[in-house]
Each structure stands twice: as C-alpha cells, then as structure tokens.
Design a protein around this ligand. Structure first.
Ligand code: BGC
Length: 731
C-alpha cells in the first residue's frame, strides 16, 4: 500500500472526493488507481454512458436478483448471502470495486417509498440478513456499503429532514442492524445518510461517525457520503466522513486544503481518512471478467421462490393442478413489477413473465391483459380458477418520495371483487414493494400469494409456487395492518417543518401491535405452507448471568417437503422501562421432508435480554423473569417457558435530589435507612414502624432534601452523606 507520507496535501485531498459520479480520483504519479462505486445491492447498475443516481439512464445488463423486501421475507441469511455473492460476482466482472448496499434501514411506516430496498421492521432480522449479504459479497472481492446510516426511514424531505429520535429508540430500533453488520461482517464502507439526526446532519455528526461507529463499534473501514449528502466538507471530514461522493470538480478538495493551511483542520485528520481510502483501493482493486448470466438467472429464480409469502389459502385452493382451466387476469402477468425505482434499478439480463411461466405448467390458460371488469368476469366464469395479478405500478412507490396511501389502485380492487364473485376459486398474486392493504377484498378471495418484488426471474418462482413444484416458505418481515391509521407512526409520518418526531419510540411495527393488542390483517412473521408443522419440546437453559440456549423440536406433519421458520421471541416486564410485549431475538429456517423432525438449538446472547438505559447510557440486563416464546408469528405464540435471569447488578447513584422511593428502594441505602430509623426502638415499636411503611407511599415522590426538612433531626445529614458515599463506592 502507498505510504500516506509520500503524498502531497493536494494529492491527499484529491482522494477524499469522487472523480465523477461513480469513481474515485487516481493519482497516477503515486500509483494510486481509481476505483468504481455503484449501486447495488440486488444487482449491478453500472452505467456505461452518463451516470445519474436516479436510475434514469440505462445501465449495462446485469441480473436483477430479488430486492431486499423479498429477501427480508425469506427469513434466511443464506438467501441474503447468495444475493450478495452473486451480485458481487457480477460487480467484479463489470469492474466495480464497491457495490453500494445493502440498505438496512428499519421500515418505520409502510408509506416509506423506499421500503422495497429495506428488509424489515425488525432490527434483529435486518441485521442478520444484512450481515450475511455483506460477508458473502465481500468474499467475492467486492466491497459493500451498508446504508443509509442512520435513521433514514422516509423519502419525504430526506435531504434535510431532522429525524428526532430519543436515545433508547435509536439504540434499540434504528442502530442495532448497523451495529450487527459492522461488528459481525466488517463492511469495507458505511454510507452516511442525507438526513439530520436530532438536528445535526448525519454527514457532520461526530457522535455517529466517530464516537459510536469507530470508538464503540471498532469500525475501521471507510465512511462514504450518500450522493450529495455533504453540505460542509470540512465539518464532515472532522466528524469522520472520509469520502465525499459524487465528485465536486475539486471544489471541496480545495476547502480541505485551505482548512489545513489555515490551521482550522489538523492534517492528521486528512491522513487518517486517506489511509482508510488507500486501504479500500488496495483491498478491492478493479477486476474484470465474465459472469454466467444463464446460471444467475436460474439462481435468481431459486432465490425468489424462498421469498414469496403465502398469506391465505382457504379450501386448499393452492397448489393448482396442471389440469385446471385458469383465467390469468391483470397486466402484471405480462408486464411484471419486479424491482423498485431509483438508484437501485437494474437493467435485467432477461425478464420472465408469469403468463409464459403459467403456460409452461398448464394447458388451458386464458388471459385478460387489463384490469377490465367485463372481460375479467367473463374469463373467470369460464375457468376453474381465476388468478389475478395485482400490485403497485412503478410510479406508486419509489426512491425520492413516499406513498400517501396503502390502498391498491381502485380499478384493481374492482376487478378482484368482481372476479371473486364470478369465479369458482380466486387467487390473488401481489407485486408491491411496500405493504398494501388487503381490506375490501381479502375475505372474497380464496388464496393470496404476496410476491412483493421478486427480481427478473420472479415470475418463474411464482408459477413454481402456484403449481406446487415448490412449497412457499416466506414469512412477513413487516406487519400488514388493517388500516393505515393503525400504524404506529401514523401521527408522526412524514413529519412537518423539516422535523419528523419518532413519537412511537421503540413501539415500531409488531412491537406496537402486540403491546397494544391491536388487531392486524397479518402479523409480522406470518406465512403459510402447503404442508403443516408442529413445534414441541421447548427447552431453555440459562447459560450464564445473561445468556441462554433454546432448544426446540419442529416436525413436518404434512405430506410435502417444506421449510419452517422457528421464531424465538423474548418477553419481560423486568427493569425500569416499558418493554414491547415481545421482541424477536433468534430465528432459523429449517427444511423438513414429510414426517421428518429436527431439534434445533438457538443462542440468546446478552443483548436478547437487554434494554438501553438512558440513565447509565448503556445496555442493561434487568434481573428478573423472562418468557422465552416460540411463535408461529409475532401474534401467536405456540409454546413458551419462563426463566430467571440474574442480569446486571445495578447500584443506582443517590443524591439529596433522589426521591424517598429511590432512597428506601436502594439495595444498600434502603436497608441501612430502615435500620437507622428503627434502632433503639422496642420490638413493638419496630413492628409498628414496619407496618407504617405503607405510609411512605404518600411521600415517595418527595426528594430526600424535602423529606429531611420535614423530619428534622430524625434523619441526620451526616448519615445520609455517608450513605451517598457508600453507594458511590459500591458502583
Ligand atoms: C441513494 C443511495 C445510492 C446513491 C448512489 C442516492 O441517492 O440514496 O442509496 O447508493 O444515490 O446512486
């Protein structure tokens, strides 16, 4: 690697911003090559001609693998890994060193226009999938850029909105997926988001980019800006942002040079950033070659089949037999919606359609290409089964803006209802990036297969699932609500006057619905199969003060091979903070032949029990009882066991401003106070004093300072001072 000291200040500054839209500047004299960074993450969008980040100009053909919304529903890190590895192989072949992704922001509201690029409403699931993607992609020699760091959960005003999030919510919901990816998978780059967090741009946020990311999480890679996210280059560099993208024609390099020359910026800050850049360039050089487009198309199909979610299947409507007459209705059957709009848009190598794939399975297929009630009803009446391909059009959701409704377009709902009334059996296949409401037609139809966006080979996967060539195994990574008004962020999305208040706190997604016991259409974790599973013999072994091992047996009790997702939730009331009713803390996907059973073992680490304590600014495991629950989904628990967790010994600090309750409840001061107060009393007086303890409740919110004033000499100040010291020493 080139030695930083061999470079001039001008050369060093030049490395810290792009040459153009998607590459870094070379320094030919010093032998530093340029490298290419491009989107990502479910395929490569390498633009041969003029580049843009809105996906407007077409790019070189590459395989469009299932986007994150689908991968999230696979509940399988292996699927995320295969997407990462295959996209990595293509990036390498196309000469790309950094493939920008994965996006692991939390789906705070179903309205976020970019939810199709994110995995889940749950940070644990998002983190596990993101880490698998990054590891696999980087193993192929292509750097990842985990994004958008952090609290970028909407598109409205994304360039300047302040996400106003409290400390605990940030730590428990919006940061853990990043923390896991950074600490478990060491992404070569982290992309900071456009937005502000509590009033400060992420790109200038030293706490975020240095104190947390580097000092606490021990991150050693490069921080790159989202494209255009830097507004003050010197402030951003000082905060920990290494590489500004895209290039600024050298204007901001000059700002860096001037700041060093004027003494406003220490040159060692520049050197550190350059060292990281050089190590990235060194570690991920430009390669080239070819990739097997056919093999990757087949892989994209295999992966897509793991992601679609069978939401409903009354009367065993699915799978279809090849001999039934099918009416295929809707334009998505011939013009598939398979990826989202914006910077992640891939120019696919091929594109399958559901109509062709269904025709490959069944002899009698009629097709109504449009959402036309008259034609649809006629076709449905003439067939055994009607399959309606519904969903959202490209323009209804995209990077850059949010949705304002979760409804399907009205013309589609009209067709679904009319078809359901006319057909013997109705199946709805959905293609959408963000969740859509199923209300108004859900009860009319027999089966619903939610495909989300499945990539270029998704149509083949849909046909395989409809005809039972494969068995659905996807599960919802986000709740499908009954109404938009029920969603936890409803009152605070997308904010106003450049602020969005995360008022629901940690109660995001299923955490809200399960805690409030609010009904939903389909809960987080829901997904049906053509076979049936049984979960039994749950065992929980506490393995330390704050860890446990869960073992559980799952059996395939049906007559088809299938995959079951074991979902382990932890529920507790322990500790001083309000906990969600339950939180996902471990999961695994198990493949089982008919009649087969397997015992799986999952680990609950310290974090599975912890909450973020805003008084101590750290993770705390409260001592107490924890219920370990195995759920079909977040709303229905099939088996559970309670365990006692020793947790942390927390000795709270005391002062004269602590309340009477805090003093008397204190593990050291409380007993000492009682002893002091009852010393010298007769046994009868002591018994009476203990009985009167109840009366303390009246004054428990009083600060000790006031209480002492009331009691006068009964509670000497010197004794209290001694106790304050004793508690401090014990902490
Ligand atoms: C997006 C990023 C993307 C970048 C480069 C930005 O607008 O937010 O996700 O990686 O453009 O295309």
């Amino acid at each position: 690697m080139i030695d930083v000291s061999a470079l001039t200040l001008d050369q060093k500054a030049s490395l810290l911003s792009g040459r153009d839209f998607s590459s870094t500047k070379p320094i030919e004299d010093a032998g530093v090559p340029s490298i290419v960074l491009t989107d990502g993450p479910h395929g490569v969008r390498k633009q041969a001609g003029p580049a843009d980040h809105l996906g407007i100009n077409n790019s070189e053909p590459a395989t469009c693998f299932p986007p994150a919304v689908a991968v999230g529903s696979s509940w399988d890190p292996e699927i995320a890994a295969q997407v990462g590895a295959a996209a990595g192989r293509e990036a390498r072949a196309l000469g790309v060193s950094v493939l920008l992704g994965p996006g692991i922001n939390i789906k705070r509201s179903p309205l976020c226009g970019r939810n199709f690029e994110y995995y889940s409403e749950d940070p644990y699931l998002s983190g596990m999938l993101g880490a698998a993607h990054v590891r696999a992609q980087q193993t192929e020699g292509v750097a990842a850029s985990v994004k958008h760091f952090a609290a970028n959960n909407q598109e409205t005003e994304r360039m300047r909105v302040s996400a106003d999030v409290d400390e605990r919510t940030l730590r428990e919901i919006y940061l853990p997926a990043f923390e896991r990816v950074v600490t478990d998978a060491a992404p070569a780059t982290v992309m900071c988001s456009y937005n502000k967090i509590n009033g400060m741009y992420a790109s200038e946020n030293r706490w975020l980019l240095t104190d947390l990311l580097r000092d606490e999480w021990r991150y050693t890679g490069v921080v790159v800006s989202d494209w255009g996210a830097v507004s003050d280059r010197v402030a951003a560099l000082s905060a920990g942002l290494d590489l500004e993208m895209p290039g600024t024609g050298g204007a901001t390099d000059r700002e860096i040079i001037d700041a060093v020359r004027s003494g406003a910026l220490d040159e060692s800050v520049v050197d550190e950033a350059v060292r990281r850049l050089l190590s990235l360039i060194d570690g991920y050089p430009t390669r080239g070659g070819a990739f097997d487009a056919d093999a990757h198309h087949t892989l994209a199909r295999t992966l897509a089949a793991e992601c679609a979610v069978l939401l409903k299947n009354d009367h065993d409507t699915l799978p279809l037999s090849a001999s039934v007459d099918v009416a295929v209705i809707g334009e998505f059957a011939t013009e598939p919606r398979y990826q989202g709009s914006g910077s992640s848009r891939v120019n696919p190598t091929r594109l399958d359609t559901a109509l062709d794939e269904i025709r490959a399975n069944a002899a009698n297929v009629r097709h109504v290409p449009h959402f036309d009630v008259g034609q649809a009803v006629a076709a449905a009446e003439a067939a055994d089964v009607a399959v309606v391909f519904a969903g959202l059009n490209d323009a209804e959701e995209s990077e850059g803006y949010d949705r304002t409704t979760i409804d399907l377009p009205a013309d589609q709902v009209d067709v679904i209802r009319a078809v359901a009334a006319a057909a013997r059996r109705t199946v709805v296949v959905l293609s959408n990036g963000g969740v859509v409401s199923l209300e108004g037609w859900h009860d009319d139809v027999d089966a619903i297969l939610e495909g989300f966006l499945l990539g270029q080979a998704g149509a083949g996967a849909i046909a395989d699932l409809l005809y039972g060539v494969l068995n659905p195994s996807g599960h919802l990574a986000e709740t499908i609500p009954l109404r938009l008004q029920d969603t936890p962020a409803f009152h605070n999305f997308p904010g106003e006057q450049q602020h969005v208040r995360y008022g629901e706190g940690v109660m995001v997604g299923y955490r809200h619905y399960t805690t409030a016991q609010a009904p939903v259409r389909y809960p987080f974790g829901h997904g049906l199969s053509y076979t049936s599973f049984e979960t039994r013999a749950l065992g929980v072994e506490v393995t330390g003060d704050d860890t446990a091992t869960v073992t559980v047996t799952v059996a395939n009790t049906g007559d088809r091979a299938g995959k079951h997702v074991v979902q382990v939730y932890v529920a507790t009331d322990a500790g001083p903070v309000r906990r969600p009713a339950r939180e996902l803390r471990a999961f695994t996907k198990v493949a089982l032949e008919p009649g087969e059973q397997r015992t799986v073992s999952l680990t609950l680490d310290r974090r599975a029990f912890a909450y973020w304590d805003i008084q101590h600014h750290r993770w705390v495991v409260a001592p107490g009882e924890y219920r370990i629950q195995v759920g079909e989904n977040a709303a229905s628990i099939v088996t559970e066991e309670s365990v006692k967790i020793t947790g942390d010994v927390i000795i709270p600090e005391l002062s004269m401003d602590s309340t009477v309750k805090e003093w008397f409840g204190h593990p050291i001061a409380g007993p000492a106070l009682m002893q002091g107060m009852t010393a010298g009393m007769t046994p009868e007086q002591q018994a009476q004093a203990e009985q009167q303890q109840d009366q303390l409740r009246m004054v428990e919110s009083m600060r000790m300072r006031q209480f002492v004033g009331f009691l006068g000499s009964a509670m000497p100040m010197a004794a209290l001072d001694q106790l304050i010291e004793a508690t401090r020493a014990a902490r």
